[in-house]
Design a protein. Structure first.
Lengths: 290, 220
């Protein structure tokens, strides 16, 4: 099998994520060989990314100080739960509207575990409506474990995480009903959201709740920014769990991510310069659709 | 053991899927694993519906039984669950009203109640957009004013009458908005967010595969 830069077909913006994150956007191979040479650039980047993350994680394990920038939306989570405690009202948490095979849902469930630790500490009621049974099981496990670890096992109720509806707008109607009837003091939206994003956030805004949202859906971000007090954009959602944990080992992964961002920005700038000058067109073909 | 086994399963699952991505499904069994595993996910998700039914019935039944506030709504939910589900599960050979085909009870309820109510919810989005836009576009400072002016231009460009109005000033104005606002600033920012999110997703996937991130299964 002969490999050259010409045999490598360009792939889309999602190539840096793992296959199950954005598999649908990859280019189709016309190659009849066993190995997909059209995906070689993705392999190179994944290997480079893995090495960088592992190096930073090792440094974190060795105790090297790592600077992580402040994320106001995540710092506000504890404040929001504290407000709910003072007001004697529940905290409403929605881990998105997608199934558990969506990475944003996994991020949402991870953050739920952190939030549940805080609600357990303050003994604040927590309501988590979900749209899929597998998310229900994962959410119940995360909340139960959080309450157990905080020594509040008796305060845990299985109904905290509840399945409400499988249809998108039936789910939205139910959650809006919870917001208007129970008046949660804090609404946290963390995960994948679609057309219901604004319906949920505006209802919460009208109900007077403090709202923190996080999603990696660029189309829904303006709606959350308009209606919520704090919004986590894209990568901040995936960083949230590590950030809230304050564990050096997990923060190492975030530093690796930042380092890769520097590499990508450098490559983009280099690509812009080369494309403008018309030099080395093969370099551009590696990143043509990025 | 309870900590190690799930981490090992997560690592192997992630690793196999990752390797599968780089092999041709027509030429290698490794390449077919990805689609095979995704089929299993659908099957497992189908069986897990039972968990959802148990949850929705349990939560609502306890409220109805204890006559807690809003128990009437919960009773309607319970009735709706069973009225939709039971006729759909019964065999069509017993009656054409059973099953989920055209003319069945399920189909009638879905078309005339469920679909129309969901359509109503979606339609309400227009009003919510108006109230959110009012808050977002208030010209309180320089940035908000720029946002307001840009939004007005883009909205005008998006509708035929607005486009005709813009062409009164210059024939090139709609193209300028398209080139510099939508395909320029807007697209650049969206791509920045997408690249950041993809890196974040990859970083999180790696943390999960290596067992550093375990909060998704309830362990900190």
């Amino acid at each position: 099998m002969r490999l050259s830069t010409r045999s490598i077909r360009p792939i889309s913006a999602g190539f840096i994520a793992f296959p199950w994150v954005c598999g649908s956007v990859y280019a189709q191979s016309t190659d009849s060989s066993v190995f997909r040479s059209d995906r070689l650039n993705a392999l190179v980047l994944i290997l480079l990314f893995s090495i960088v993350v592992l190096v930073y994680t090792r440094w974190a394990r060795q105790g090297k100080p790592l600077f992580i920038r402040k994320i106001p939306g995540l710092d506000a989570v504890e404040e929001a739960v504290g407000r709910a405690t003072e007001m004697g009202r529940p905290v409403l948490y929605i881990p998105g509207i997608q199934e558990l095979d969506e990475i944003q849902t996994i991020a949402g469930v991870s953050i739920l575990g952190r939030v549940a630790r805080i609600t357990a500490q303050y003994e604040t009621p927590l309501v988590v409506p979900v749209r899929y049974p597998l998310v229900l099981a994962a959410g119940q496990e995360a909340v139960q474990q959080a309450y157990t670890e905080m020594g509040k096992r008796d305060a845990y109720q299985p109904d905290m995480v509840r399945y409400v509806a499988g249809e998108q707008f039936a789910f939205t109607a139910t959650v809006n009903g919870i917001m208007t009837r129970d008046h949660p003091a804090a609404n946290l939206f963390m995960g994948y959201f679609a057309a219901e994003a604004l319906l949920l956030a505006e209802t919460g805004n009208a109900a007077g709740s403090i709202q923190i949202a996080g999603t990696a859906q660029p189309e829904q971000l303006p709606f959350f920014i308009a209606s919520c007090d704090y919004t986590l954009m894209g990568e901040e959602l995936f960083a949230a769990s590590a950030y809230l944990s304050h564990e050096p080992l997990m923060l190492g992964g975030l530093k690796g991510q930042d380092f890769m961002k520097i590499i990508l920005v450098t490559v983009i700038l280099l690509g812009v310069i080369l494309a403008t000058l018309g030099w080395w067109p093969d370099f551009i073909s590696w990143f043509k659709e990025v | 053991m309870r900590r190690t086994v799930p981490v090992v399963i997560a690592f192997l699952s992630g690793f196999v899927m990752l390797v599968s991505f780089f092999f041709n499904p027509d030429r290698s069994i490794l390449g077919r694993i990805e689609s095979e595993v995704l089929s299993w996910v659908s099957i497992v998700a189908g069986f897990s519906m039972l968990l959802g039914v148990v949850s929705i019935v349990g939560v609502n039944w306890r409220v109805v039984r204890d006559r807690r506030e809003g128990w009437g709504y919960k009773a309607i939910t319970l009735v709706a669950v069973f009225v939709m589900a039971i006729p759909a599960m019964l065999p069509v050979s017993w009656s054409p009203l059973f099953g989920d085909g055209s003319g069945s009870i399920y189909d009638w309820l879905f078309q005339n109640l469920s679909a129309t109510m969901m359509g109503t919810m979606f339609a309400m989005l227009a009003f919510y957009i108006a109230s959110a836009a009012y808050r977002a576009f208030r010209a309180r400072n320089a940035e908000a004013t720029i946002l307001l002016l840009t939004a007005i231009l883009v909205m005008l460009w998006r509708i035929p009458m607005g486009e005709a109005f813009l062409r009164l000033f210059s024939d090139k104005l709609p193209d300028i908005i398209n080139t510099y606002v939508m395909n320029g600033v807007n697209l650049a920012v969206q791509r920045g967010i997408i690249i950041g999110a993809a890196l974040g997703a990859a970083s999180m996937s790696l943390r999960i595969m290596l067992g550093i991130e375990r909060t998704y299964m309830g362990r900190g």
